[in-house]
Design a protein around this ligand. Structure first.
Ligand code: ATP
Length: 435
């Protein structure tokens, strides 16, 4: 069962150091959140899973990290300048800053206290690589939205991150590619633990489409408290993007409604291998919000359970590739240096496997440590005890150099030889990590 309310997630995130209100000690800055030690791991893991699936595991994609600041012409010809420019006005006495259009509309200045200029970064890069259509570029980066009413935790924020693909295809193949990307993206979310039945595809009605879009699918997720809301948008942007920024638009027969562009120095077209005609590729753009993704996977993973003992536990059943901490190494006795030294050495050894973060955990008793790691989704806890040192009460050496491995979801415990531990954990975790 996923989280029932947003409040469950907000309080878990705060309690366990995933996500905090931005500028909290000054009363908070609306629409901004800070990802704490566990939140940043989860977020990085989600981004890494996306990158693996879309760049490394495909042969028709390349990664990119384009700058946020762009030449003014990029904004002008992509239509952002006309649509999104929000001139700001400073009041030098009050030191407050207002948006001009809002002042003109005489709205309450307090609401406008802090405004962020929208910087849309879908500037286009076309490099004459040896690639042939279809091919795509992938980028993950910050985006800023001038949301007037940021709300619902990290669902609607002013500073966010997006994972975006611009996939270039020959006109005529665009509809098939659009449909295929929808399936690919649905399958990816499922691999991150978001089941298909908790997602919906909204085929945006023609009347609601942006003028450059031929068709857009919004991928909706059943967020706690909010219900079905957008997680990702997958748009068929036709030849609008490349057409807008290309020189010689007329000769290329750009179909989309674009502004005349006397400034561009590049012809953003390719030669159709069959007809030998120059064509402006269509763009299929799957654009997913990282923050909304984090919220969705957290919500799906969140589970409250009543154990056979009658005890309650909260457990985050995150897929291993997303878990912020992969393994916690716990010394059974905190004041026995032989045990703590052994545990620390083991932690260092496991860290070298490249599985992700391994934590040396020596706070609280063992029961509390297990509960804490259940709550933050750590798939395995490894406990070093007297038996590990060959100091069993009964004097036997049978368990020397073995540790207890506890699995998060089943809570099953197994005694594993330290010599085999690396292989054991790699095998258990790697399958998920490579997904
Ligand atoms: P909405 O209609 O919910 O405002 P949008 O249609 O403006 O979203 P897109 O422009 O399609 O969003 O952006 C792509 C993705 O970026 C969205 O699917 C969402 O996951 C994310 N996103 C957009 N705006 C925000 C925001 N203010 N806070 C968090 N994520 C956002």
């Amino acid at each position: 069962m996923p989280a029932e309310t947003m409040e469950d997630l907000v309080s878990l995130c705060k309690r366990r150091g995933f996500i905090f209100q931005g500028s909290d000690i000054y009363g908070g800055l609306q629409g901004t959140y800070d990802y704490g030690p566990l939140g940043v791991e989860l977020k990085n893991n989600l981004k890494a899973a996306w990158w693996r699936a879309n760049v490394y595991e495909r042969d028709d994609m390349e990664g990119l990290d384009a700058s946020i600041l762009t030449h003014r012409s990029v904004l002008r010809y992509s239509g952002h300048e006309a649509t999104f420019a929000d001139p700001l006005v400073d009041n030098r006495e009050s030191k407050k800053r207002y948006r001009l259009d809002h002042l003109l509309k005489a709205q309450t200045p307090e609401v406008l206290r802090l405004l962020v200029l929208e910087l849309q970064r879908d500037e286009l890069i076309y490099d004459a690589t040896s690639r042939r259509l279809p091919f795509g570029i992938a980028q993950i980066g910050k985006a800023f939205r001038n949301e007037i009413t940021p709300r619902n935790f990290i669902f609607r924020v002013r500073e966010l991150e997006q994972m975006e693909i611009e996939f270039f295809v020959l006109p005529g193949t665009d509809e098939a590619w659009h449909a295929q990307w929808l399936e690919t993206r649905l399958a990816w979310w499922q691999e991150q633990g978001v089941p298909r039945e908790r997602m919906q595809v909204y085929d945006v009605p023609q009347a609601d489409l942006a003028h450059y879009s031929k068709r857009t699918y919004d991928l909706l997720y059943d967020f706690p408290t909010l219900g079905f809301e957008e997680l990702e948008g997958i748009a068929n942007r036709t030849d609008f993007d490349l057409g807008s920024h290309s020189k010689g638009q007329d000769a290329l027969g750009v179909g989309a409604q674009v502004m005349d562009n006397p400034d561009s120095t590049a012809r953003l077209a390719v030669q159709d291998p069959e007809s030998k005609r120059w064509v402006v590729p269509y763009v299929i753009e799957p654009s997913a919000g990282v923050d909304r993704g984090v919220l969705a996977v957290l919500s799906e993973a969140y589970t409250e359970e009543t154990l056979e003992t009658g005890e309650e536990r909260v457990v985050l059943k995150l897929r291993p590739q997303l878990a912020p901490i992969k393994v916690a190494v716990i010394p059974l006795a905190k004041n026995k240096t032989e045990i703590t030294d052994y545990a620390r050495a083991l932690k260092r050894e496991l860290q070298r496997l490249g599985l992700g973060r391994i934590l040396y955990e020596d706070t609280g008793n063992i029961g509390k440590a297990y509960r804490r790691h259940d709550e933050v989704g750590t798939p395995y806890c490894v406990t070093v005890d007297y038996d590990t040192l060959g100091q069993s009460r009964d004097g036997s050496l049978d368990l020397k150099d073995t540790v207890t491995v506890r699995e998060r979801d089943s809570m099953a415990q197994e005694r594993v030889a330290v010599a085999e531990l690396s292989a054991y954990l790699s095998e258990k975790l790697r399958g998920g990590l490579e997904r």
